[in-house]
Design a protein around this ligand. Structure first.
Ligand code: AMP
Length: 589
């Protein structure tokens, strides 16, 4: 497949907002790709080179790209920089300069998708001394072989600004249409994606071996499974009713979610966000090596700072100090973590995903038995609200967040928020019992006393999974310290885009739009109806359009962006509507 066709499709995608049309275009593109090309094409459309957990990064800064464009088009670095600043888009700058360039296209042959992907991968893999210049040269060479529309996407790809407005869910649907003619296969494709967290792999298996292989897709060691998520319910009665009168209730620990994979001597740990984080946890890796006898295992747990001698759980503010790039060993010695294991997916050649919770749990208990630094989560089996409440109160007294109730007969449901796990967290009267995770889509300049920081607050959105769109729910102006206002501005400045991001629905225009990428945790007093926001927007009986908003929102946690969550992990519109209903039921409104 020629890269010209890919760039042509991307250009059309940018110009449309109808999801149906987008899927049509994308599915045509996928259809045209060879079986050996689909993996690269999927990654490219996602704007990445490899799935998150492989940790392949371009390592290309904007300045390097400016230099590469300068070399490829015969302009000076300053000319590139000033055009980039004027357009606010590296792609537009590359397009225009390539178009006006007196330098001919360097190559006789047209670029193929395989060429482009292979060369970009080489750029990413070049590291060490002198790598900066080598990367610039490689980028310049590929840009010099490109036509202007190709140059546009070649320039955007390495700096993570493809701006196609396409999310994973649209790609899954387009794959389904391209290979089966309809959208019906999406569910199976999504399931395969949940099991391997690698959309390129799913596309390739589908293209090479057909839908039957997708249906029989299974988990594999060192491919992280997309985590199961918990629903919420406010009372013990409702939880037990939903669970059929009897369920397990586990303590809910507030730390880092760890998915541990072990095969013989090889151990890897993946975060909730499916990044490989093995290096962060030398202590846990040690506990797995020394204490887990199984040859092969995949299990999950929550790691938190814990005083083994007093049995005291340390607050998240302590645990979070373990998130670092330097001085890891020293900090691990000062603040060791304990891993509370809560689920098992694989053990010694056997896939446990479809086994009921009780069976997974007993195999898990046996597998971690006696391991130093690892123990199963504390739990009870409850069949009366009183028991569940008692255990909840006890957990809170122990300094924990609450409990997670689990359906005794449910399988492990990867990548989905289902009622097989229901969380119940500490709730303050008059406040929403749970925080929400919102994605930043814009920011406001500071006024009055904040003018000096050039930062006044954030415009935030939730994610509508069905529409694969972001919808605004709140402006957030409180909870920031002076230091993190500065940090927010510096971070967001790098993701500023000129126009409203493609997948965002918003009636509010902030001072700067930001590419939806960063997630913050927010607490609010309640969810209200609002004509300003697009979250869950519907026409009411009087014909007014209203959506949902947050009352008194404020940033919580460590007050900065969540490193373990991406835009598609933000709280969904459906959850907000459900939380609004629950809030009404318990009389807060
Ligand atoms: P939340 O992040 O509030 O949606 O709560 C779900 C998170 O709680 C999971 O992603 C885990 O990281 C964490 N967690 C802590 N204890 C447990 C447990 N016993 N079972 C499942 N998840 C737990």
């Amino acid at each position: 497949m020629l890269f010209r066709d890919v760039a042509g499709c991307y250009e059309k995608l940018e110009g449309i907002s109808s999801r149906l049309e987008m899927m049509g275009l994308l599915s045509q593109l996928f259809k045209g790709a060879g079986k050996g090309e689909i993996r690269a094409l999927v990654y490219m459309t996602q704007g990445i080179l490899a799935p998150n957990f492989e940790g392949v990064e371009f390592g290309v800064a904007e300045k390097m790209l400016e230099e590469a464009i300068a070399i490829a088009t015969g302009h000076t670095k300053d000319e590139v920089k000033s055009l980039y600043e004027k357009r606010g888009d590296m792609g537009a700058a590359a397009f225009e300069l390539r178009k006006g360039s007196k330098l001919r296209c360097m190559s006789e042959d047209e670029l193929s998708i395989g060429d482009v992907y292979g060369r970009m991968l080489k750029v990413a893999r070049t590291s060490g001394q002198g790598s900066k210049d080598a990367k610039i040269k490689m980028l310049a060479a590929v840009l010099a072989s490109a036509s202007p529309p190709e140059a546009k996407y070649l320039a955007r790809y390495p700096i993570g600004q493809l701006r196609l407005g396409v999310g994973d869910s649209t790609i899954l649907e387009a794959l389904s249409i391209s290979m089966t003619g309809g959208r019906e296969a999406k569910k199976e494709l999504e399931n395969a994606y949940n099991l391997c967290s690698d959309l390129g792999e799913v596309g390739e298996v589908l293209a090479k071996s057909g839908i039957s292989s997708i249906k029989s897709f299974s988990i594999a060691l060192f491919k992280p499974i997309r985590p199961a998520l918990a629903e919420r319910l406010p009372t013990a009665e409702e939880i037990l009713e939903k669970m059929g009168g009897r369920c397990a209730v586990e303590q809910k620990y507030d730390g880092f979610r760890c998915q541990v994979h072990k095969d013989g001597k090889k151990v890897r740990i993946y975060s909730r966000n499916l990044e490989e984080t093995t290096g962060m946890y030398p202590d846990i890796v040690g506990y797995v090596h020394s204490g887990i006898k199984a040859e092969g295992i995949i299990f999950e747990g929550e790691a938190l700072a814990f005083n083994e001698s007093t049995g005291e759980f340390l607050p998240f503010q302590e645990t979070i100090q373990r998130k670092r790039k330097h001085g890891i060993e020293e900090k691990a010695a000062e603040l060791p973590l304990h891993l509370f294991a809560f689920d098992l997916m694989y053990l010694n050649g056997k896939d446990y995903m479809m086994e009921p919770y009780e069976k997974r749990r007993s195999a898990l208990e046996a597998a971690v038995k006696g391991a130093k630094g690892i123990s199963p989560t504390a739990r009870i089996i409850a069949d009366a609200p009183r028991e569940l409440e008692g255990f909840f109160e006890e957990s809170i007294e122990n300094g924990l967040e609450g409990v997670v109730a689990k359906d005794l007969s449910a399988p492990y449901i990867a990548g989905a928020r289902e009622f097989s796990w229901i969380k119940m967290k500490r709730s303050y009267k008059g406040q929403l019992s749970d925080t929400v995770d919102l994605v930043i889509v814009g920011y406001f300049l500071g006024r009055g006393s904040r003018a000096a920081f050039r930062f006044g607050g954030l415009l935030c959105a939730v994610y509508d999974r069905v529409k694969d769109r972001f919808e605004t729910i709140s402006k957030i102006g409180t909870g920031f310290t002076e230091a993190n206002m500065e940090a927010f501005r510096q971070l967001l400045d790098k993701s500023v885009v000129r126009a409203k991001p493609a997948r965002l629905e918003s009636e509010i225009t902030p001072d700067f739009w930001v590419e939806p990428r960063y997630v913050v945790t927010v607490r609010a007093d309640e969810i209200t109806k609002s004509p300003m926001h697009t979250c869950g927007r519907q026409r009411d009986e009087e014909g007014n359009e209203t959506g949902y908003a947050l009352r008194f929102p404020r940033i919580v946690g460590d007050g900065f962006v969540r490193k373990d969550k991406g835009a598609a992990d933000a709280t969904t519109t459906k959850e907000i509507i459900e939380m609004y209903r629950q809030q009404k039921r318990i009389g807060l409104r």
